[in-house]
Ligand binder design. Structure first.
Ligand SMILES: Cc1cc2nc3c(=O)[nH]c(=O)nc-3n(C[C@H](O)[C@H](O)[C@H](O)COP(=O)(O)OP(=O)(O)OC[C@H]3O[C@@H](n4cnc5c(N)ncnc54)[C@H](O)[C@@H]3O)c2cc1C
Length: 397
């Protein structure tokens, strides 16, 4: 088999890349380890930046997103049992975030690719990448009980943090920057109408809590927990009790409960590799970087990488110029590090650390007070939360 771009991974990064390439008349094939059903039901992120929404809508995969997505103009920071709204819409000159679950984005992209005749190999086994340090990259895998070799011009490693592409780069090429946090998030999906129209980020002496949502009927809620916590230690009643305590507010606000339909624990990590390219292999999304979810940036950062690589490949096939491809990593990393900074800052401001002391707690509360009372500080939070501007927009050729 032969194609122009071989893509490993059908997460948001790989699917979006294949879609944007198609709009520019560039062929690609996606090789995905899991089944279509699995990737379309995998519960992960749910907050889309303004730029991510605009990109999906502008490129023709935003119909359902426009219909079903919940547009939010603000978020609430809650501390000392009082809520403080950050009016992002006003502070950013009219930008917003949209609540639309990651697996819905995946469904929309899979169906757009298949409708356009795109090729996705699901449930591929023994995936390996080769030849990318020279001029003959290829992806080998097993599918439908047969071995396959896909020759291509370039490989996009969109296979997430645990994929094969990053580890296939020779040792000594990449430098990893890593930070693990001394806590995790216990997250639930509950069949309960969200108790707030907007996300509530709560700082509490017992630890962080977040009230989020996936739809008008489904709430997504999180509590900070120890990193090695066993979910078996958290029966449903204990989770609700903790959420009530940490989200409590003096104004009589009440948290609505409902049946818990899913629960799990997610570790918190900041991770970046530099550079994000080697030869004819380009890493994008979680394969190159991980952010703690506090800033709601993982999926959005993956989409930003894809915007850069799709434009660079578009220029290469249109003119033969490699300038944008050569600068792919440097272009992406400028944004990656700003997003890392923001995600780390939100995480540090809102969580209790195992070694913190009364000074640290007072400092965190002072920071929250400052962020919610200073227009300049609120504007900075809002600008980052709705998404820093991209350098250009995607235009189909
Ligand atoms: C458990 C979890 C919860 C999260 N929750 C949030 C959240 O609440 N908020 C938030 O903002 N972000 C969250 N994130 C982060 C966000 O979901 C990711 O940043 C986003 O999925 C990145 O997209 P991606 O396409 O780069 O990677 P992924 O979505 O990980 O996609 C990679 C794809 O590659 C496939 N793959 C892996 N290995 C191979 C292989 N060897 N061969 C072929 N295919 C392979 C995988 O099956 C997957 O489909 C969460 C992440 C995780 C893991």
């Amino acid at each position: 088999m032969r194609t122009q771009i071989g893509i490993v991974g059908a997460g948001p990064a790989g699917l979006l890349l294949s879609h944007l390439l198609h709009l520019q008349g560039i062929e690609s094939v996606i090789v995905e380890a899991r089944s279509r059903k699995y990737i379309e039901e995998r519960i992960r992120a749910g907050v889309l930046e303004q730029g991510t929404v605009d990109m999906l809508v502008e490129t023709g995969v935003g119909e359902r997103l426009k219909r079903e997505g919940l547009i939010h103009h603000g978020i609430e920071l809650r501390f000392n049992r009082r809520g403080h709204r950050i009016n992002m819409y006003e502070l950013t000159g009219g930008k917003a975030i949209t609540i639309y679950a990651q697996h819905e984005v995946v469904k929309d992209l899979v169906s757009a690719r298949l409708a356009a005749g795109g090729q996705i190999f699901f449930e591929a086994g023994d995936v390996s990448v080769d030849g990318f340090s020279g001029t003959t990259p290829s992806i080998c895998f097993a599918a439908d009980g047969k071995p396959h070799e896909l020759s291509c011009d370039f490989i996009a490693g969109c296979d997430g943090f645990h994929g094969v592409c990053r580890p296939s780069i020779p040792s000594g090429v990449l430098t990893a920057f890593d930070r693990t946090y001394p806590f995790a998030w216990l997250g639930i999906l509950a069949q309960a109408p969200p108790s707030s129209h907007e996300l509530v980020y709560a700082y509490h002496e017992r630890g962080f809590a977040l009230l989020s949502m996936r739809s008008p009927e489904i709430s997504r809620l999180y509590v900070q927990c120890p990193p090695d916590e066993d979910i078996a230690n958290w029966p449903d009643e204990k989770i609700w009790q903790e959420l009530h305590t940490r989200l409590e507010c003096v104004d009589g606000w009440r948290l609505a409960e409902g049946p818990i339909i899913q629960k799990g624990i997610t570790g918190m990590r900041s991770f970046v590799v530099e550079p994000m390219q080697y030869g004819r292999l380009f890493l994008a999304g979680d394969s190159a970087h991980i952010v703690p979810p506090t800033g709601a940036k993982g999926l959005n950062l993956a989409a930003a990488d894809i915007r850069v690589i799709s434009r660079a490949l578009g220029e290469y096939y249109a003119s033969g110029k490699t300038q944008l491809l050569d600068s792919y990593s440097a272009t992406c990393l400028r944004r990656v590090w700003k997003v890392q900074r923001f995600s780390w800052w939100m995480t540090s401001m809102l969580h209790r650390f195992s070694d913190d002391n009364p000074f640290d707690q007072r400092r965190q509360l002072a920071e929250l007070d400052y962020v919610t009372s200073s227009r300049a500080a609120s504007a900075s939070l809002a600008e980052n939360y709705v998404g820093l501007p991209m350098d250009w927009s995607v235009r189909p050729r």
